[in-house]
Design a protein around this ligand. Structure first.
Ligand SMILES: C[S@@+](CC[C@H](N)C(=O)[O-])C[C@H]1O[C@@H](n2cnc3c(N)ncnc32)[C@H](O)[C@@H]1O
Length: 247
């Protein structure tokens, strides 16, 4: 009896493995078809951006004028680097235009980021821990940041609720970082997957920033629950009150 139980269990595990492989195969086929039909993929190749995400930031920037020459920008979850490329161009961090003030851009990711002219790079930094975020803050040497960008996203597990919890965790980590390094009046743009936690996140943001706005650029696929929240007018470091909430 024990043997037949073990045999059934093994068959069930094999079946799950096969179903998972088929699911992955199907979704990689769908991904390839979607990539081929996507105009932003072609456009990214044409303009030499490392990936199509560049157009999300370009669009947001066109609408909001978030990035300006001379600014200091930190790009969290920056690999492969297309947002950093956009930030370098907009802030003039590579000094391409001598008539405009020269900015500075720091790109951070847990993966390898290959060099980008005009940007400082910190690869292999996992920002899910406060210690890692503090190391990045220390690397700024006290320089106040005008704009913190975060396009960080966890690798999807396929379990929707778990994935949403993980991205919310990253958003709070990025918010903590932004609160630590931003100049008064600085801005924070980050990605989130829509869900019931988002209104709470926005309420928390309002303690630190004057105003917040939810954005869905056209370059962000309509079937994706991805959204971007732009918080502007950083109020300065808030001190925790005695009841553990932020003042
Ligand atoms: C959508 S990609 C960013 C694309 C990038 N904005 C661009 O335009 O090239 C998300 C990135 O977040 C990074 N990421 C996810 N979790 C992270 C973590 N805990 N620490 C640092 N980076 C993280 C991933 O490694 C990945 O490179």
């Amino acid at each position: 009896m024990l043997r037949s139980y073990a045999q059934n269990n093994l068959n069930f595990t094999r079946m799950c493995f096969l179903v998972n492989c088929l699911k992955r195969f199907k979704s990689s086929q769908e991904w390839l078809t979607r990539q081929k039909a996507d105009p932003y993929v072609e456009k990214a190749k044409f303009y030499n951006y490392r990936c199509r995400s560049a157009f999300k930031l370009i669009e947001i920037n066109e609408k909001t004028k978030l990035l300006q020459p001379g600014q200091t920008v930190v790009d969290l979850g920056a690999a492969p680097g297309s947002w950093t490329q956009v930030a370098v161009a907009e802030t003039n961090a590579a000094g391409a235009d001598p008539a405009r003030p020269r900015g500075a851009v720091l790109a951070v990711d847990k993966l390898q980021i290959f060099p980008i002219e005009g940007a400082s790079i910190m690869s292999n930094i996992d920002l899910s821990t406060a210690e890692a975020a503090d190391r990045v803050a220390a690397a700024l040497g006290g320089r106040g940041v005008d704009v913190v960008l975060s396009d960080m996203a966890p690798s999807a597990t396929g379990v929707r609720e778990l994935d949403k919890d993980r991205i919310i965790g990253l958003c709070y980590m990025a918010l903590r970082f932004a609160a630590l390094v931003s100049k008064v009046n600085g801005s924070f743009l980050f990605k989130v997957w829509d869900g019931k936690e988002v209104p709470m996140l926005q309420m928390d943001l309002e303690r630190f920033y004057e105003r917040t706005k939810v954005l869905k650029p056209q370059a962000s696929r309509s079937e994706s629950s991805e959204k971007f929240i732009l918080a502007r007018g950083f109020k300065g470091i808030q001190r925790p009150l005695q009841n553990g909430r932020w003042g």
